[in-house]
Each structure stands twice: as structure tokens, then as C-alpha cells.
Design a protein. Sequence first.
Length: 433
Amino acid sequence: MSDIVFENVRLIDPASGRDETGRLVVRQGRIVACEDGSVPEGARVIDGAGAVLCPGLVDMRVALGEPGSEYRESVSSGARAAVAGGITTMAVLPNTSPPIDNPALVHLLRVRGEETGMVSIHPYGALTRGCEGGEMAELGLLQNAGAVAFTDGTRAISDAKQMRNLLSYSRFIDAIVVQHPEEPSLAKGACATAGARAVRMGLPSVPAEAEAIMIARDLRLTAMTGARLHFAHVSTAEGLDLIREAKSRGIRVTCDTAPPYFAMTEDDIGDFRTYAKLSPPLRNEADRKAVCAALADGTIDAVASDHAPADADDKRLPFAQARAGGTGLVTLLGVTLGAGLPLIDALRLVTSAPAALLGLKAGTLAVGSDADLCLFDPEDSWTVVAGNLPGRAQNTPFDGKDLKGRVLRTFKRGVEVFTADELAGDERAGAAS
């Protein structure tokens, strides 16, 4: 493996606060110190022409179809979509078929990620057996096998006593519990946020307060147990206010959100657009603005793609019957850059912050770290077109949207695993077919 020298790049490393124009040298798949301006003999020189070179993105919430539903998204197809979006590390949800509730499956997914040569996969372990909300899974064994945290994915733990038990045991093994913050009995059968739009469209709805109800309950349980709790894809002003206040009292709580909740509203459902049917559902403009404010003030700790693949048959149904969820790997960077934050702060939310939260050695340009890198042009615009996206799943809620921030190259341990030329070729092939 020859050395790589990146010249004329804007180096942004949110983990250290570094933001400067310079050069970066990669040797044997790792970032090395460069004391002078010389080019190592035989090195490959990449002129970035002023583009941003940052750590490979860390996506802390990805659903894949493997095992069990590879027709939606396999590890290999998800890896192709990830690197096209600059993502080199993914934490994947356990609500597959079968669920990731035994150590062998944790090991399998980690190995499958390494086999792609493109991404590192860090599985979540199921919080309960089968992700069914009942009996506790073998959390200790799953953790020993490499599970980074525990969750039942898109299914909330409804029983308060069981949630208390799960939090208590997770504290004993120093693990993070990740909760889907939506009170299940209120959310059952719903596909939109309660309000005028849901009424006009005749859609079964869930009150936005269902999120705050679950968050309030679980914050109390977290305070009782001293556990570490993380809320996924928080989407409402009231829920964020509760988390902000709990943090001020020292409760061990963190949270993330996903791009649709700061870039879209319930109006984007439009004429029953099933690509915009998500879980939790899209909210109103006031909630969207609250999410943006929480990104700016640090209440939200990370942004995750919330990648939830579906095939055409999943979405080509009446809105209430269609599968919830949207793809998000290739759009994670562009939508996050459009959140109105300083560039280094936006990148922190998708690199060093999720890596630190999950305890992963990723998301940094520190000397000696793996050369997982993303080179992108923050000013180059591109249009999201469902059907032309890398990966198997095409159900993007951002179909037709123009985004700024084009990924030019992605590297995994110093190996180039994506170039923008490849994606352009795929798009041309898709148009021809």
C-alpha cells in the first residue's frame, strides 16, 4: 500500500477543533505526522483543490435488511450507499429477522462489514429477546461479542417496570440503552402527527405529546437507576425541552435526531407521498425550528441517518398501509450541512460526537488513527433522485431536493472505496436503462 499525500485541502477535525488549509499524509492505512513539506517517494498525491477533508462519517442509527430481508438492503449494498455519502462507520439496529439477540449474530455482522472493505459495522444488541419488549436479552454476552449499545429499534419498551429493570442492569454493565421515544398505545396504527393536516387527509394520527410522555417517564427511571439513556430521532419541541432540563440536572441522558426532522415538515407528505412516511412521523414547523435550535445549543448530541430501507412494494401502497421509513445514508452529509450550523459544528454531529457517544475509535484525524476519510466539496450542489441512488433501497424522503455538499472521495483505512466518478457512471447507466 503506497503512501497518500493530500495537498491543498481544508482539514476539518471536529474532535480536536482543527480547521485549516494544509496537507495530510497516510501511510499503511493510518494518518501520520508530517513535519516537512516533502512528498514520500512513490506516494500518491491528491490535490484537493480546496475541498474539505474530514474524518469518515459515523452513522449511529442504520437499519439494514440483513439478515432476513436482504431484498431491502444487504450489508454490501448498504456499504456502497454509505461510502457514497462519506460514511465509513455504521451502528446497525438489531430488529432484523432473526433479531440480533445472540452473540453469534453480532459477530456475523461485524465480520460482514469487514468483508466489504468499505465500512466498519458495529451492531446494537437487542434489548429484549426478539425485540419484543418482554424478557431481557443476554446483554452481557452481547456486549462481550461487540454490541455497542442496546435497543429494540423502532419498538419502544412500553412496560415501565421492565424498562426500570433494563436500565438497572445496563448500569451494572456500563452500557447505553437506546429508546424509541413514542408512547406505544398512543402511536398504535398511526401514520401522521395529529393536527389539521392529518384530519384533512383522513390519516390515523398520533399526538406529538406521545414523544414527551415517553421521554418524561424514562427520564424519571434513568434518574432512579443512574443508568445511561439515549433517545433516538427526537423530533418535538416538548421532548427536547425535557431532555435539555434533565441534562442541566446531571441525568445521564443523550439524544440524536435525523435529517428529516430539521429539514422537513408534515407538509412534505404532500399528496400522500409514502417516501415521506417516517417513524416518528414528520412534525409541524414549530417542532422543526425547535430541532434546529437544539442542534445549535448542544441539546442534540448527534445526527444519524435513520436509514430505513424499503422496496417498491413496501411503499407502493395507500399511505396508512405503506412501510414507514426512509433511506438516509447518501443524504446524511448534504442535509446536515444545510442545517445552518458552522461547518465544523455540523461535521461534529456526524463524526466525533457519535463516535464518542458509542465509544468507537473513529471520527478523528488524529495522528495514528485509521485513515477513514471523506473528501467533499461543500459548495457543489446535487439533486437527489430516487432510482439513481447507490445501494439497493431508493425510498428517500428527499427525492427531488437539491443539496449542497458533494462527496468526492471516500477512504477506508487508506484505501479509496468511492469516487464521485463512480456515482456519475451509475447515474448514467440508470438513465440509459
